[in-house]
Design a protein around this ligand. Structure first.
Ligand code: TRP
Length: 367
């Protein structure tokens, strides 16, 4: 198993990741504490899809003392937003609503340029396209600021420099596995990703707590940020970590580089159908066998998508789970249930996405 922001490989053991990374599991006690503020818990919390954290308890301590935190998340802009990305953004929107807090959303067009075969101009264009997907999640325009790295650089650069002075090449190599043939922009980039975690303190002129919802693979960046922040007089940012959405095929995560492994926000109903019908199933070889012995929802990808993303209702989900196990739902029927939910969701998202074109300028932070 290997997990860095730039490479995820092998069978992911999330308990082992918590130990290796030194994060904390989200316990039932912590969930009870969150519930005091949010009322009903979001299903991704109830189902431990957000499973790990750093200092979330401290964020709640401060919040209970009347000190609001700021949310921060981000995206390396490209033409492949998939539902794995929306998983984090929709949860971030829930946190914004329930805690009534601001969000800084970073578009790292610099990162896309430095790490991918893409011109800087293209990467920048995708920052604007992806902003539509972010806005479509329903964030409050009064409380949400989108930062585009190459454009908000005047404010960001002094902060990035202060981080850079504390980051050695040997740390960068050890954390990300960089070798001598990595370009120097890649080494510097983690300083840019640190900036929005510190920026609220700079803009408000007082120490401000930041909570970062993100998939666990981004943790190496924020380990560095947390290490350096106190040296610069900033509070350490806290994080809440999600699992990866599994790919449609057997094994591996939903990956932007493999079109058949992921459901993209731009997919047509026909494309979604083809992908879900070919998804890895936990059903039996024959219908007869399936009816007699039942299927395995725990490895069935269409069921997992319902659990992780498409079916918020626990009662409905449990019935589908039980009926599949009992052989009352066939694997083709499971795919159909998932497919209907997926098409409905993506069509709705695409509508909202187009609607956000006229408001995008309101969200972009300028200096
Ligand atoms: N590096 C992230 C990516 O590859 C983008 C990103 C920037 C981000 N800042 C973030 C993701 C904060 C989560 C939280 O997609």
């Amino acid at each position: 198993m290997k997990v860095t922001p730039y490479e995820v490989q092998g069978e992911i053991d999330y308990d082992k990741l918590i130990k290796e990374f030194g994060t904390k599991p989200i316990t039932d006690e912590l969930l009870e504490r969150i519930k005091k503020h949010t009322g009903e818990l979001h299903e991704v919390l109830r189902r431990k899809i957000f499973f790990s954290h750093r200092d979330l308890d401290l964020i709640l301590n401060e919040y209970e003392r009347g000190n609001k935190f700021v949310l921060y998340t981000g995206r390396k802009p490209s033409d492949n937003v998939h539902i794995g990305h929306l998983l984090v953004w929709k949860f971030t929107k829930f946190l914004q609503d329930k805690f009534n807090v601001e969000l800084y959303f970073q578009m790292t067009d610099d990162e896309e340029f430095l790490f991918k075969k893409r011109s800087l101009e293209e990467a920048n264009k995708f920052a604007y396209e992806n902003a539509l997907d972010v806005i479509a999640c329903g964030f409050d325009p009064k409380k949400t600021k989108i930062i585009i790295d190459t454009e908000y650089i005047k404010t960001m650069y002094p902060i990035a420099l202060k981080v850079a002075k504390h980051l050695t090449l040997s740390t960068s190599k050890a954390v990300f596995g960089f070798k001598n043939d990595n370009n120097v922009g890649q080494v510097f980039f983690t300083c840019m990703q640190s900036v929005p975690a510190l920026l609220p303190s700079v803009l408000k002129g007082e120490p401000t707590q930041v909570l970062i919802p993100h998939a666990i693979d981004q943790d190496p960046h924020f380990r560095i940020t947390r290490d350096i922040a106190p040296k610069l007089g900033f509070p350490k940012p806290a994080s809440i970590h999600s699992i990866f959405l599994p790919g449609l095929k057997e094994g591996g995560k939903m990956s932007a580089s493999d079109p058949m492994s992921a459901i993209f926000v731009t997919d047509t109903p026909e494309q979604i159908k083809k992908k879900i019908m070919n998804a890895f199933s936990g059903g039996r070889e024959t219908t007869e066998e399936h009816k007699k012995l039942g299927g395995n929802p725990d490895i069935d990808i269409p069921f997992q998508y319902l659990r992780i993303f498409f079916e918020p209702d626990d009662v409905k989900l449990k019935k589908i789970y039980d009926d599949y196990k009992a052989g009352k739902i066939l694997s083709g029927e499971m795919k159909q249930i998932c497919l209907e939910k997926a098409i409905e969701f993506i069509e709705d998202h695409q509508k909202k996405r187009e609607g956000s074109r006229k408001v995008v300028d309101k969200f972009i932070l300028r200096d």
